[in-house]
Design a protein around this ligand. Sequence first.
Ligand code: PGA
Length: 259
Amino acid sequence: MRKLFIAANWKMNMYHQGAVELIRGIIERTRLLNSIDIMVAPPFTLLETIKSEIQNTHIQLGSQDVFFEESGAYTGEISPGMLLDVGCTHVIIGHSERRQYFHETDEIINKKALAALKNHLVPILCVGETWEERKQGKTFLILNRQILFDLQGIDNEKLSSIVIAYEPVWAIGTGKSATKEQIQEAHSYLREVIKEFASSPEIAYQLRILYGGSMNPKNAQEILSQKDVDGGLIGGASLNIDSFSSLVQIAENVQKMKE
Ligand code: PGA
């Protein structure tokens, strides 16, 4: 049975004081919701602060990005070892904003995923089509290409610990999430692709696939209830105590329903 996973992506938001207020509020409201996994990915500047706030809670710490080299003359970059050192367990890789604004290719994303795994960080690998690609009927083609390229060289035994996030680019930050049918269809397709890629169907069954793209307390129940949806990667709605805590509560209820 896969455990639902609610992951917050704060993106380039939050300063020290607001971040402390936000995380304390979330801790307070989610303290007893222990049936699911929760992760928060603040900007690099707040990793240390959030790490100390979440001590003794079941909230885990994630980074929004990582570089693939271990150390050296790469001004401005952060290595997987540094993330581990500050207390991260997870790292978001290949987010569409990084693909779009920072020109990250599938080759770079694959290197990042391999480097993260080598350092015992769980990659949350983001894939998803643009609206143009969906209109042209290319959704599966794009997902197939991204996932197979990004996972190249990853051993079978490490594969089931990876988290995939299906994030249709057109649904991110737009207030217009994909429909539950579109989401289930994409998730089930991704699981099929993993099944073929991995040596055993068991791996594809264990691997968690999150949905991301305008998920909020209003649409979460129906999205999370889909058979192949194992949680959410939450942007906008993760920046508010009420909406993020409600999402965690909804996931907790859905988890119990799915069991
Ligand atoms: P959103 O972002 O929830 O604001 O749409 C999701 C994401 O980009 O991970």
